[in-house]
Ligand binder design. Structure first.
Ligand code: F6P
Length: 473
């Protein structure tokens, strides 16, 4: 039977080794969270990295393999040097900051390219080994930009999709990459290339024209005698699942207890991976600015910021963590009392139930990345508000801003205006809050993750087969 083969750097579950114990936990991040349920429904395979298993004993390894097999996950094991050079190095020190417009963070030396290329080859080999005629292959994200091209060499007739989960930057930024042509050609191995927004599609087409002299005809590019399609497919979440979680009695009890502990206060909430793209310091500065200029809010605000540990071996993330720690300390030192502090900073992971409780308890949700491909947290917040209440403050630099028009829009670089936006959200009257939240929820419901999967796969599977397209070309 034809199957869906999902291919991504990270599997939906990650192996965590702590001292003598080993656990298989759910992975964090938009891709893993978003695709988990479609994978459960599809009955296909998911090929990716389960995290570091090098320190596991034989028995532990067998247990982990069995658990992964249960989830229909096919692991690719990376050596410590591959983790450091392909994952932390080229993917997260070069491509990640570059796609988020942070050129100053890209290292001057291009040292890890070879390992990135080799690991992409390993992925392509493994996928080719599991492929059966008729299967659909769906490759995900910037860690695997060469995989579509490598697969096309191995499986010329296969149906291959690629989705880019982070921003695709303007061609002015992309052209600074020494390996720009190889990466673009890698993507062109796919039959369909998807992005979250129309601007990312435009930027990608701009790079194709500039670097490879290729014209995009509406959504079609001719490459090596094949037609390649490109399109915007904004990713959604499992809205229904989040909504029912937010209605569970145990979650509601948690919400009530949180609200009791914050009596007389308004709850501001931020939930992010601890990543320098998420704009946490500027968000903290906006809250600080509000407290500074409006003494009436002092003691009346509780800003809960959850920061999920991420990419802790990459030095930029450690420096960023220190910056956030320092800022939280400064604000709490300045505006805290013996009774309470304005910023409740939680550096750890939370499960979906706990997140649903936090979303439901919040008065105002702050999603203010300085750059973000989509940001599914914004959508989760709306899904978790069946009470039609709560205000979303959303950065205009998140892909989600293209869809969530009834959020309070903010430029996170403008601290003064961001403070205004927080204040506007805090003071918004109930009728307006409800009207906005209803519109947001309607959008998030109509365009959930299952809609996203079927619109991408529907388009991919509806394309004529490669041989027919070659002929038509
Ligand atoms: O959404 C972008 C993304 O890079 C995904 O590819 C990934 O799942 C997520 O962020 C988390 O990052 P990492 O896998 O590096 O922990």
């Amino acid at each position: 039977m034809p199957r869906l083969l999902l291919v991504s750097n990270r599997l939906p579950v990650t192996v965590k080794v702590e001292k003598d114990s080993v656990a298989v936990v759910l992975s964090s991040g938009g891709l893993a969270t978003g695709l988990r349920r479609p994978h459960e429904r599809s009955g296909g395979l998911w090929i990716g990295w389960p995290g570091d298993v090098s320190r596991l004993s034989e028995t532990q390894r067998t247990q982990v393999e069995a658990r992964l097999a249960e989830e229909r996950c096919v692991p690719i094991h990376l050596s410590p040097s591959e983790v450091s050079r392909y994952y932390e190095g080229y993917s997260n020190r070069v491509l990640w900051p570059l796609c988020h417009y942070m050129l100053e963070r890209v290292p001057r030396q291009d040292r890890d390219w070879e390992v990135y290329r080799k690991v992409n080859e390993r992925f392509a080999d493994l996928v080719a080994r599991h492929y059966q005629p008729g299967d659909t292959i769906w490759v995900h994200d910037y860690q695997l930009m060469l995989v579509p091209g490598l697969l096309r060499q191995r499986l010329p007739e296969a149906r291959i999709g690629y989705f880019h989960h982070i921003p695709f930057p303007s061609s002015e930024i992309f052209r600074t990459l020494p390996r720009r042509e190889a990466l673009l050609k890698g993507l062109l191995g796919a039959d369909l290339i998807g992005f979250h927004t129309v601007s990312y599609v435009r930027h990608f087409s701009g790079s194709l024209l500039r670097q490879l002299g290729l014209d995009t005809d509406v959504d079609r590019i001719m490459w090596e005698g094949r037609q390649v399609r490109v399109g915007a497919f904004p990713m959604g979440i499992d809205t229904e699942a989040f909504e029912s979680l937010a209605k569970e009695p145990s979650v509601l009890e948690e919400v009530a207890s949180l609200r009791r502990s914050a009596e007389g206060q308004r709850i501001l909430l931020g939930i992010d991976r601890l990543d320098y793209t998420k704009g946490i310091p500027r968000r903290l500065l906006a809250v600080q600015r509000l407290l500074e200029r409006e003494p009436a809010w002092r003691g009346r605000l509780r800003f809960i910021q959850v920061a999920v540990p991420s990419r802790t071996q990459v030095s930029e993330y450690a420096t960023y963590r220190e910056q956030v720690n320092e800022l939280v300390g400064r604000i709490n030192g300045q505006y805290g009392t013996t009774q309470n502090v304005p910023v409740h900073y939680l550096y750890r992971s939370f499960n979906e139930k706990q997140l649903a409780g936090l979303y439901r308890a919040a008065d105002v949700m702050l999603v203010t990345p300085v750059r973000d491909g989509m940001n599914l947290v914004a959508k989760e917040f709306c899904a978790a508000r069946p009470d039609d209440d709560g205000v979303l403050v959303l950065s205009e630099f998140a892909g989600a801003a293209d869809e969530l028009h009834r959020a309070v829009s903010v430029n996170p670089y403008d601290v003064e205006k961001a403070a205004d936006a927080i204040e506007e959200a805090l003071e918004m009257g109930e009728p307006e809050r409800r009207e906005r939240m209803r519109a947001l929820r309607a959008q998030v419901k109509a365009h959930d993750v299952h809609w996203w999967v079927s619109s991408f796969l529907g388009r991919l599977q509806g394309l004529p087969s490669v041989s027919v397209r070659k002929f038509q070309g």
